[in-house]
Design a protein around this ligand. Structure first.
Ligand SMILES: *Cc1c(COP(=O)(O)O)cnc(C)c1O
Length: 492
């Protein structure tokens, strides 16, 4: 038999010196980009670039220098804009300079964190242990890093389902179980609803409890809803508290909910996507998080209010055994070994959905090593103070009015000129948001408050300062003045 002469792989550089040159060049431009983030507001992707991105002739190779040029010219300038200090839209984290370096190292290692015995797994455990201490969870509690709170919620509610129906439900599904019911505030994040859908429990199982005057779930209504379900023969299984509602940054009374859940043997889950991090902040904001350590599970993101690069979230589960019962399972090719690379028990794969998992934990670990947790607490407090400042600026602008009290880092306001019908006012506020985005002056998003469209700023940006807030509101007010004249003119 003749031996084949197998060619060298084309997938490593054939000129490492050239690779080094291009790598340094890219790194330099990226560092410039970080350092001058303030000069780089959101820019729409030009049509020409959208077309160039098509991989129509992907069958042929290109030179590294050419690809590097494209990365710098066609990709890097056209991000979401959330690296800019005047980006207040949705709840977008900013990303940290150390994250770029951590990702470089993680990407070089290309670790698979589903399990096995290697350093990335120890880093992830260190991050989870830090989270447990930070949120007041016991040492025996468990956790796993995931893409974000959406996935964390699926994992948490899956464990809650196991507690309600037993591990047999993994095989049987829900067909032999009773009808379950879950409880959350009116306006609860869609992540909760999606999780109930995916787990086969169904969105109809969710009771949406009205809010009290403090913007928290009304305890009397909650009580009533649970009783009503019990009487109807349904099984209340899970209470979901919100730490930082996405629209207005409101908190449920987590301590009261924890007590209620304990009395009625409900699983107590907390959606803490961004708000959970007030545990690190100064008074009075940190008081909102009181009771978080009493939850059975909490879902949260590093990529929002810990400013860490996307994507990076986590879930903590108090009961490790139940967590394992919900997800563990090992086909033969993954059987554990006592020692060697196949060791490293317990495997993260047994605590979640993904078998193959990236080294997200390094971003968090490196950020905490570099800055220390106190710096995050101070920045979160500063964001909250800036939201209050924004409310002050709004109240002094005659064109604008505050739409909801500022309780955290979220400020909702709007232009509501007299003489303009409600629908036209809604359109006006949407237009203000759009024009400010296009002009690169500031990014606000919109939401509904009391049935009306309002402008909304969520300040989860470590770069934002007081001048940014003052000038962004001034830009909104100025634009509002011009557009109000236009809208009123059109109405005539
Ligand atoms: C963002 C958010 C989620 C979803 O988190 P992802 O990380 O985007 O999956 C859930 N709940 C709240 C309150 C949020 O703000």
């Amino acid at each position: 038999m003749q031996k084949q002469n197998i060619k060298q792989s084309a997938l490593d550089p054939d000129d490492w010196d050239e690779y080094r040159v291009q790598a340094h060049r890219l790194l330099d431009v990226c560092v410039d980009h970080l350092q001058n983030a303030r000069e780089r507001p959101w820019r729409p992707v030009p049509d020409g670039i959208k077309q160039r991105l098509g991989l129509d002739d992907a069958s042929s190779p290109s030179a590294l220098s050419e690809v590097a040029d494209e990365l710098l010219a066609d990709i890097l300038p056209f991000g979401t804009g959330n690296t800019h200090p005047r980006f207040f839209g949705w709840v977008h984290g900013t990303g940290l300079s150390i994250g770029v370096l951590a990702d470089l190292v993680a990407s070089t290692m290309n670790s698979n964190c589903g399990g096995r015995d290697h350093v990335a797994v120890y880093v992830e455990r260190a991050v989870i242990d830090w989270c447990k201490r930070t949120f007041g969870f016991p040492d025996e509690a468990n956790g796993v890093l995931v893409t974000g709170t959406s996935q964390a919620t699926v994992i948490a509610l899956a464990v809650a389902r196991t507690r309600a129906l037993g591990a047999g439900s993994r095989r049987e599904g829900l067909r032999n179980g009773p009808a379950l019911a879950a409880y959350a505030r009116e306006g609860v994040h869609i992540a909760i609803i999606k999780a109930l859908e995916l787990l086969g429990i169904g969105a109809d199982a969710l009771r949406r409890i009205p809010l009290d005057d403090a913007g928290a779930m009304d305890m009397a209504c909650l009580h009533e809803a649970v009783e009503c379900d019990r009487e109807a023969g349904r099984v209340p299984f899970c209470l979901i508290g919100t730490a930082g509602s996405v629209d207005r940054g409101e908190f449920d009374d987590l301590q009261a909910l924890a007590g209620f859940a304990r009395e009625r043997e409900l699983w107590f889950h907390i959606d803490g996507a961004f708000g959970a991090w007030v545990v690190l902040a100064d008074a009075p904001w940190n008081r909102l998080a009181a009771g978080i350590g009493q939850a059975d599970s909490v879902a949260f993101d590093f990529h929002k209010w810990m400013y860490v690069q996307y994507d990076c979230g986590a879930v903590l589960i108090r009961d490790e055994a139940l967590h394992r019962q919900t997800f563990a399972g090992r086909p033969a090719y993954l059987a554990d070994q006592v020692w060697g690379l196949g060791g490293g028990e317990p495997w993260f794969f047994d605590y979640g959905i993904d078998l193959s998992r990236g080294f997200r934990a390094l971003r968090v670990w490196a950020a905490l090593r570099l800055h220390g947790s106190a710096a995050f607490g101070a920045t979160i407090s500063r964001n909250c103070a800036l939201a209050l400042r924004m409310a002050e600026c709004v109240s002094t602008a005659p064109e604008l009015e505050l739409a909801a009290p500022v309780r955290l880092n979220v400020c909702c306001f709007r232009a509501a000129p007299q003489g303009l019908a409600a629908d036209a006012q809604d359109q006006l506020n949407v237009r203000i948001a759009q024009e400010l985005q296009i002009a690169g002056s500031a990014v606000f998003s919109t939401t509904m408050v009391d049935g009306r469209i309002v402008l909304r700023a969520a300040i989860t940006n470590h770069r934002t300062d007081q001048q940014d807030v003052d000038e962004s509101v001034a830009a909104a007010a100025q634009l509002a003045q011009r557009l109000i004249a236009l809208f009123l003119g059109e109405g005539e």
